[in-house]
Design a protein around this ligand. Sequence first.
Ligand code: SAM
Length: 382
Amino acid sequence: MSAPIDQFEIFAVAPPGLDHVLLAEIRDLKFASVTAIPGGISFKGGWADIWRANLELRGATRILMRIGSFMAFHLAQLDKRAMKFPWGETLPIGLALKVEVTCTGSKIYHDKAAAQRIENALISAGYAISAKADVSLKVRIDDNRVTLSLDTSGDSLHKRGHKQAVGKAPMRETLASLFLRQAGFDGSEPVFDPMCGSGTFPIEAAEMAHKLQPGRTRGFAFEHLAGFDADAFEAMRRPAAIAKIPAQFYGSDRDAGAIRMARANAERAGLDDLCTFQNHSFTEARPPSGPPGCPSGGPPGGLPGLVITNPPYGGRIGNKHMLHGLYAGLGDTLRRHFPGWRAAIITSEPSLAKSTGLPFKAKSAPVPHGGLKIRLFQTDPL
Ligand SMILES: C[S@@+](CC[C@H](N)C(=O)[O-])C[C@H]1O[C@@H](n2cnc3c(N)ncnc32)[C@H](O)[C@@H]1O
């Protein structure tokens, strides 16, 4: 058997439409040989890079370790090539795995039959197959190419670990961080979400500003692999250390239950001193004016920043026709009371964005979310 290899192709799965934003984040975090490929971003590295990617990337959905690929045009060929595949080069022998196969545009189209061939090959190479295994082998058969990847994340990375309470239509943290980046947020300005629900945008913005590791409180699939160096990984995990910076993070919502959730989430994340949540309609939202913790509603004059929000949209909650009035009211509140602030509105309906009357720049790419396609509409300073 050949010696185990210690440098791999690592693949960060990106939300469609936001891959270029994730590319910039991965470059900022100084990973090596970073390139965009369909479905996400590829880079090179060893196990420590895989740990760091899971721990520090805010926008990636999951981190896969590419373990190889080959062509297969029928099941017998898949069987033969899987039997010959050098699994031991990357996967510790004896590992328990679950196998997940997706087939698209290929002569092999039966996911379950393909999974069975791969499982047989793994069993004869000394691995255990279990539907309850903590680690998954993801097999993608696309255009007759079989791509094999180990899922090193486990639960999707939008599950930060410290966020438990979610509202009716929560924004995933991974998407929230990418939309914040796309809206030009660099951690140095206040952020206000006047329809904040469970507080995803203000909390994510506070985490970004303070350079907290998004995965600092959760577990990952790679921790279950034989040979995992728990001490080295613990040394990489930084406890939340809140620096003194002037930026402030605000949310308001007319739903008292949502505000309770937002406060509980901020507290679990250790950010309750930095995030202020208030229970009122967006029509009462005003720029904060004082130091962190100062409630909104004070006289204007504080540092202008970014208003970012995903108001209700037709397909999920509320009725589209009635929503036009709500968007018009939001535009009116922002124009009157938030001069100098940039507005970033995420919605599924361009016509609803238009109802705000705000001067949006060019439309961004659509992003699938909850069965709809949403996109960011953003302005220059109002
Ligand atoms: C799509 S959800 C926002 C979800 C949020 N981004 C999150 O991650 O939890 C829309 C929110 O708008 C709030 N909302 C609706 N009408 C409002 C109004 N007139 N004033 C303030 N909030 C309102 C709802 O209570 C709901 O929490």
